[in-house]
Design a protein around this ligand. Structure first.
Ligand SMILES: NC(=O)c1ccc[n+]([C@@H]2O[C@H](COP(=O)([O-])OP(=O)(O)OC[C@H]3O[C@@H](n4cnc5c(N)ncnc54)[C@H](OP(=O)(O)O)[C@@H]3O)[C@@H](O)[C@H]2O)c1
Length: 262
């Protein structure tokens, strides 16, 4: 059997000629993904609710990044963003379902209907219908890759984040289901980060509160948005070509730490 030697240039992960949409691309993890995709040769459409912050991020990331503001859970906004991407770039090879919300903290059993519905609409229903739209508009005929951003919380239980975590657990199953349905043309994978230093999770890590969490992670630090972006690049690019339906936990080793219960 002939062994093909790997050269360093084979390890250079590229997205030249590809077009990606990153929801929630204006800051945090979405911004880091948009940056690494653009740096790897892709053209990128970012979207979030705040037009000014989208514009500022697009300007910072350079000419290959465009923006269109919108709310991910509004059908007309999703339609507008996808059509703008087609008009401007002519294709949608990669969708990153990244934007999410967490309006409720408390026991799941006590949640009110409005915040339950809002969490599900934004974190689960919206990503599902963004996937459906890009499938119908481009990927069904031309192939592509979808990367869903879940959470390590979707793999376990939590005293106050149960509602959010249930949506993220469902996203992991949505990933498997769509991966089975959309193969072989479209790969669907998922990332489940632990605590990452962004605005979204600030209440959990600001003022030194993250230090104990960091110590509990075998890799001894909290995540940075770029830690997630690297995996999102690997999965979307040719490097991920035989991977579909998978969820990668990116959590500094939290899931393998020694249990306190013996
Ligand atoms: N940070 C963590 O510790 C952590 C851990 C596990 C998983 N995650 C997941 O990682 C993803 C990104 O989180 P992040 O920490 O990077 O958050 P972030 O820094 O707060 O960024 C969230 C992004 O989503 C946008 N966004 C929020 N709601 C939106 C909506 N309804 N429609 C459109 N855009 C919306 C925000 O912009 P606008 O406000 O302008 O809309 C922003 O661009 C989320 O799915 C989150 O659940 C984060």
């Amino acid at each position: 059997m002939q062994v093909v030697e790997l050269e360093s240039r084979d390890m250079d992960i590229r997205l030249d000629g590809k077009v990606a949409i990153v929801t929630g691309g204006s800051r945090g993890i979405g911004k880091a993904i948009a940056k690494v995709y653009a740096d790897s040769g892709a053209q990128v459409m970012i979207t979030s609710r705040n037009e000014d912050s989208c514009a500022a991020t697009a300007e910072e990331l350079g000419d290959s990044v465009a923006y269109m503001a919108g709310h991910i859970a509004r059908d007309e906004d999703a339609e507008r963003v996808i059509e703008a991407t087609m008009d401007q770039f002519g294709r949608v090879d990669i969708l990153v379902n990244n934007a999410a919300t967490n309006p409720y903290a408390g026991k799941t059993i006590n949640v009110d209907r409005a915040r339950w519905d809002k969490t599900f609409e934004t974190n689960l229903t919206a990503p599902m219908f963004w996937a459906q739209r890009v499938w119908n508009r481009w990927m069904k005929e031309n192939g592509g890759a979808i990367v869903n951003i879940s959470s390590v919380g979707g793999l376990s239980t939590n005293p106050i984040l149960g509602v959010y975590d249930i949506t993220k657990a469902a996203m992991i199953h949505l990933t498997k289901q769509l991966a089975a349905e959309l193969a072989p043309g479209v790969r669907v994978n998922c990332l489940a980060p632990g605590l990452v230093k962004t605005d979204f999770a600030k209440v959990l890590w600001e003022d030194g509160k993250g230090d104990d969490v960091a110590k509990a992670y075998p890799l001894n630090r909290l995540g940075e948005p770029e830690d997630v972006a690297g995996a999102a690049l690997f999965l979307a690019a040719e490097t991920g070509r035989w991977i579909t339906g998978q969820t990668w936990a990116l959590e500094g080793g939290a899931l393998v730490k020694f249990s306190d219960v013996s």
